[in-house]
Design a protein around this ligand. Structure first.
Ligand SMILES: Cc1cc2nc3c(=O)[nH]c(=O)nc-3n(C[C@H](O)[C@H](O)[C@H](O)COP(=O)(O)O)c2cc1C
Length: 352
């Protein structure tokens, strides 16, 4: 199977295999405050992801490119959508175009459609320094995402079987990089231990890529002759991954993996995320409803975030981390077992 065909397969199967087992945010509940003492128009949804300013606490995460015309159209639409919202967008892994220049326009279309927008380049951790630089230059990127996807590779029959030395490779790329480095998972989550290693290797920002949304084990299984279901329920739910990461490292964190609603986003922000990444849900909407309707729904979601902030009496995104939240169910249990106190979240003061 060619790399181009695989990219198209991923889009097809991602749309039908999204996980419904939960991103963990259903186990969280805000404490209602009946005196918010602010007005909706006083809320400001702008956020900083490290040095990157975004008009809303959302980004469109890495998905595609390198699969010919169809992937070019999707990347063009994603770039335009993100530019209109004033939020970042990432392209999918650019290794295809680094190795085959005929695929470059499927990525560079993003910069054409978003000349002044915030765009993230994307490449696997196996990339050499010059390959990462080529990816950045291809879209004049504002940050580079390096993705880590061992489970996806293991389930993919033609996938990589060598994971030795990836941290060293990340450190080498970081040394030459002049823009922020984001290290991301692709749907199996970042643990405390992994987040620490990623930051030691040079990550400026971590993207959790948690379990609960696009499930690359299920996606790859749809492409396999003999199913390998062992990894379908493998992974750290996004809510857990976000809290584990925030507990272990002091860098901005993007919460991603099954983010679908304003409620998911408000809860992520309250647990310290700088923003949330959305991939599969945006792709599904673009495919089924088109660019205009998708933009309208995302604008509605941003408005719902403002309503949620109002209900919690929080004017700025970063103030949400003062909102008390109850964490129960399997999310609460997981955190306690890992030595993280959920009472701290429940009892923090909601200074309005
Ligand atoms: C069709 C598709 C292709 C993807 N390709 C990439 C990729 O090339 N590089 C990457 O870092 N992540 C890739 N991802 C993973 C997403 O960036 C994201 O981490 C993951 O889908 C979890 O978010 P979600 O549940 O909102 O989809 C892809 C996701 C989808 C749906």
């Amino acid at each position: 199977m060619t790399r181009e065909q695989r990219k198209l397969d991923h889009i097809r199967h991602a749309l039908t295999t999204a996980d419904t087992s939960g991103n963990g945010f259903r186990d969280m509940q805000f404490i209602h405050q009946c005196f918010p003492e602010i007005n909706v128009e006083q809320t400001n949804v702008e956020t900083m992801i490290g040095p990157i300013k975004s008009a809303a606490p959302i980004m469109i995460n890495a998905m595609t490119g390198g699969g010919g015309q169809r992937t070019k159209e999707i990347n063009g639409a994603i770039a335009e959508l993100a530019a209109n919202l004033g939020v970042p967008a990432a392209c999918g892994s650019q290794m295809a175009a680094v190795k085959d220049s005929s695929q470059q326009d499927t990525f560079s279309v993003m910069r054409e459609r978003s000349p002044y927008g915030i765009l993230f380049a994307n490449i696997g951790a196996e990339a050499a320094v010059d390959e990462a630089a080529a990816a950045v230059n291809m879209i004049q990127a504002n940050a580079l995402q390096i993705h880590i996807n061992p489970i996806q590779e293991l389930v993919m029959p033609e996938g990589d079987r060598h994971f030795n030395g990836l941290l060293e490779k990340i450190a080498a790329v970081k040394k030459e990089l002049e823009i922020p480095l984001i290290v991301k998972e692709v749907g199996f989550g970042m643990s405390m231990e992994s987040a620490k290693l990623a930051v030691e290797a040079g990550a400026d920002i971590i993207d959790t890529g948690g379990h609960g949304g696009t499930n690359f084990s299920a996606v790859e299984n749809s492409r396999r002759q003999n199913e390998l279901s062992m990894f379908d329920s493998w992974g750290i739910p996004t809510a857990v991954s976000l809290i584990e990461t925030k507990q272990s490292v002091d860098v901005p964190v993007i919460a991603s993996g099954g983010i679908r609603t304003a409620d998911d986003i408000l809860k992520s922000l309250s647990c310290g995320a700088a923003a949330c990444g959305m991939a599969g849900a945006v792709l599904k909407n673009l495919q089924e409803k088109g660019l205009e309707k998708t933009a309208q729904e995302m604008n509605d979601m941003i408005e719902y975030i403002r309503l949620g902030m109002t209900a919690l009496g929080k004017k700025r995104v970063k103030d949400l981390t003062g909102s008390p939240v109850i964490i129960s169910g399997s999310t609460g249990l997981w955190l306690k077992e890992r030595g993280i106190s959920t009472s701290v979240f429940a009892r923090r003061t909601s200074a309005l």
